[in-house]
Design a protein around this ligand. Structure first.
Ligand SMILES: Cc1cc2nc3c(=O)[nH]c(=O)nc-3n(C[C@H](O)[C@H](O)[C@H](O)COP(=O)(O)OP(=O)(O)OC[C@H]3O[C@@H](n4cnc5c(N)ncnc54)[C@H](O)[C@@H]3O)c2cc1C
Length: 396
């Protein structure tokens, strides 16, 4: 049960960092409460030093904190990394942080704060196996007896898994957690006008952006060979779920906020039909800067930015977009940003993971040509593989 009601600023003026809760008051950043132990304060001073970062602890562990999350194409998203960081910040010297990843994981578990890594490559976000995942989590809890289990409170598997696990294990749980330290969690109630707190429960489901994932230390990052036999663990009732797979739909039909791949046009794009052709070929959703929308090149619902949509694509290609602060606001959660711009000093280049200094029209035309060539090559090899065509192809 939640208790201790207090009035709060509904704009959530705090974040959990390695330095404790950071509160922002009239432009001043101050400290309020400590999220971690004294060793964290020491590590904080090392935070500005160059690599390598110190190990969080080398003591023999007596306690475990378990973090479970799905990977997406080998990586944990920002929300999952924040959840892992929360556990690492809370852990004391005698506590080890075990990371259980559903899906293949190719990231650096130690850098993210994990002392042990258990990878279950047979599960990923494209597989619908809630019961098998529940069994795997329960088996991991049985093996490690963690004091607390942490999951990101998301709608892509982890939030559901955490709730199901808490229910099946009859464990205490806090959902939508926005504030956390070693002793308590808090969550918003009453239309986000009040904050309710309680002691740290067995299962913690953390909201995004409650924790700063930048850590001043690393974990041990030891990979554990842990076998999980899906079939052996499943009951007959659980096998009743059949995964019918994922239906691929046209990217143009996907809401921009949900699109995983976006190509976006700014004032530097003049050949709009070629740009739209490229989006179709690549299977990407279309976005635009405000200037491109104001010019009538795209409808208002395509605008990305402070007064448009906020997007979270894995890949965002910005053609001829300067990267004004209002536009960058809309792409802050994108994973890989690629900019195509004539001006190497355009602000978008600072945000981009890769900047191509080139003309947008020429780049779009080259990509369209490359895509057509690739499609042609694929069609030829597919035709050659048809029995009737093989002889024809070989004879020719
Ligand atoms: C209150 C407010 C809210 C706003 N909200 C938004 C918003 O939600 N979204 C938004 O996008 N903007 C918004 N803006 C506008 C924002 O400030 C910028 O004016 C806008 O983002 C600029 O769009 P742009 O980068 O396409 O155009 P420009 O600023 O004109 O930049 C064009 C870029 O393309 C490059 N370029 C030119 N020709 C070529 C070429 N041939 N090949 C390659 N590169 C080329 C240039 O080097 C330049 O970097 C807002 C502004 C205000 C004041």
């Amino acid at each position: 049960m939640m208790n201790t009601l207090k009035r709060i600023d509904p704009r959530r003026p705090f974040t959990v960092t390695a330095q404790g809760l950071r509160r922002i008051t009239l432009g001043v950043v101050g400290m309020a409460g400590a999220a971690g132990s004294a060793s964290l304060a020491d590590a904080r001073h090392a935070g500005h030093r160059e690599q390598p970062k110190p190990r969080r602890t080398t003591a023999t562990p007596h306690r475990v904190l378990l973090v479970a999350a799905h990977a997406d194409r080998g990586a944990l998203d920002e929300h999952a990394r924040q959840t892992l960081a929360a556990a690492a910040l809370i852990a004391d010297a005698q506590t080890e942080v075990v990371l259980l990843v559903f899906g293949e994981f190719t990231g650096d578990a130690a850098a993210l704060g994990a002392d042990k890594l258990i990878e279950l490559p047979m599960f990923d976000r494209r597989t619908y196996a809630p019961n098998d995942e529940l069994n795997a989590l329960a088996a991991c809890v049985a093996a490690y007896a963690p004091a607390h289990v942490f999951l990101p409170d998301n709608a892509t598997g982890d939030g559901d898994l955490g709730r199901r696990y808490a229910s099946v294990a009859d464990a205490s749980v806090a959902t939508h957690v926005v504030e956390i330290d070693a002793g308590h969690v808090s969550t918003y109630i009453r239309a986000s006008t009040a904050l309710a707190s309680r002691a740290l429960p067995e299962v913690v489901l953390l909201e995004p952006n409650a924790v700063d994932p930048k850590l001043p230390f690393v974990g041990a990052g030891e990979q554990v060979a842990w076998r999980f036999d899906r079939e052996a663990e499943a009951t007959n009732a659980q096998r009743a779920i059949r995964d019918l797979g994922i239906d691929e739909i046209d990217a143009a039909q996907v809401a921009l906020e949900e699109a995983d791949f976006i190509v976006s046009a700014g004032n530097g794009v003049s050949d709009v039909p070629a740009f739209e052709r490229l989006a179709t070929t690549l299977g990407a959703a279309i976005g635009a800067s405000r200037v491109a929308v104001d010019d009538g090149k795209f409808t208002r619902d395509k605008q990305i930015g402070a007064t448009g949509k906020t997007v979270e694509a894995s890949v965002y290609i910005a053609f001829g977009i300067s990267g004004a602060v209002q536009h960058l606001q809309g792409i802050k959660d994108c994973r890989h940003v690629i900019a195509v711009n004539l001006d190497a000093s355009a602000p978008i280049a600072k945000r981009a993971n890769l900047t191509v200094i080139a003309d947008a029209q020429e780049t779009i035309a080259a990509l369209n040509e490359a895509a057509a060539a690739a499609r042609g090559a694929r069609a030829t090899s597919a035709a050659l593989l048809q029995p009737g065509k093989l002889a024809e192809g070989v004879l020719a």
